[in-house]
Design a binder for this molecule. Structure first.
Ligand SMILES: NC(=O)c1ccc[n+]([C@@H]2O[C@H](COP(=O)([O-])OP(=O)(O)OC[C@H]3O[C@@H](n4cnc5c(N)ncnc54)[C@H](OP(=O)(O)O)[C@@H]3O)[C@@H](O)[C@H]2O)c1
Length: 302
């Protein structure tokens, strides 16, 4: 299939990373960077010097899709601008629940009127994390979710865990579960060749931690973890009952703008398969997100 030519609208944190990833992509092309009039005169960094910089995506006739990377209050105008010229879009506005539904409805009407597909909420959250939440809920339909954001911010050193043989450095954070239970998350950097499970058991068995539920996560570099601000811990517990007790845990630390950009590019790959209208990230076919690599992905992940 011919590579899809994509415009990046807004050259901020997410937009810059989208542009960077598009330069490296095999099946998507960076067709244009669309900027506010105020920013048009600023030169783009070196790798983007050959890319047309314009104030409207329509000024570059080869553009076939647009990634909207503008602040939320500007998204509808930017969407209108593209969709009315039949350019399909991907956006990632941080909206949830009713606000997300209202936004999607508005874009759906616009997309139907101009007969183009639009992808809404294709970022980290909403986006990839919505997908994981939904998968956990499918696996344990009667359970409940607990999500803690930015665990990195509350981390403190723990002398106790550092005394366990094989632990180079350790950080700890406490959370209150919704039922009031106290939970501890202990992050440990281990000496080479140390059995992580044995270290976890030793930490959990310490009198200091005995009263609380304690989860231990081995990490490569405690110093790097301390620097990171973004993280999420998503836990789903199935209701204990006749069918056993299921429990799922996602622990992640990341650059949110990078993950959002990656999901926006993946969503763009699925645009050619979509009917006119607005589609949420959950509406997209997982295989279509892989674009040209979908056969390989199927072999690897199924
Ligand atoms: N779903 C997720 O998980 C997730 C995570 C992060 C961000 N997002 C979404 O991604 C979008 C971009 O976020 P970002 O962090 O990249 O934002 P940002 O760093 O503030 O960049 C936004 C860019 O939009 C352009 N822009 C156009 N009109 C503007 C205006 N009136 N005021 C300020 N900037 C304007 C500017 O680029 P030019 O100067 O080039 O015009 C600006 O650099 C937002 O809608 C955000 O909600 C989603």
């Amino acid at each position: 299939m011919k590579p899809l030519s994509v415009a990046v609208v807004g050259f901020g944190r997410v937009g810059k990373i989208c542009a960077d990833l598009l330069l490296e992509s095999q099946d998507l092309i960076l067709g244009a960077v669309v900027r506010r009039l105020d920013s048009l005169a600023q030169p783009l960094p070196e790798p983007f010097r050959a890319i047309p910089v314009v104030s409207h995506a329509t000024q570059v006739q080869t553009v076939e899709a647009a990634l909207l990377c503008v602040p939320l209050p500007q998204v509808l105008d930017a969407a209108h601008e593209c969709v009315q010229h039949e350019i399909p879009i991907v956006e990632s506005s941080v909206l949830h629940g009713e606000a997300f539904q209202a936004h999607r409805e508005e874009l759906h009407r616009l997309a139907l009127r101009h007969k183009v597909p639009v992808i809404v909420g294709a970022g980290w959250d909403p986006g990839a994390l919505s997908f994981v939440r939904s998968l956990f809920a499918l696996l344990a339909p009667d359970g409940s979710n607990e999500t803690s954001h930015r665990v990195g911010v509350n981390l403190h050193h723990t002398a106790m865990a550092r005394q366990v043989a094989g632990v180079k450095e350790a950080l700890c954070t406490e959370q209150r579960a919704t039922d009031g239970r106290r939970q501890r998350y202990v992050y440990v950097e281990l000496e080479q060749g140390i059995d992580a499970e044995r270290v976890s058991e030793a930490i959990r068995a310490d009198p200091l931690f005995l009263g609380d539920e304690t989860l231990v996560f081995p990490v490569e570099d405690i110093a790097a973890l301390e620097q990171e601000g973004r993280g999420v811990l998503l836990e789903r517990r199935g209701t204990p009952g006749r069918l056993g007790h299921q429990q799922f845990l996602l622990e992640a630390r990341f650059d949110e703008a990078l993950l959002t950009a990656q999901m926006m590019l993946a969503a763009a790959r699925s645009l050619p398969y979509l009917k006119p209208g607005a589609h949420s990230f959950l509406d997209l076919r997982l295989s279509a997100l892989w674009g040209e690599q979908r056969k390989q992905a199927e072999r690897e992940w199924l």
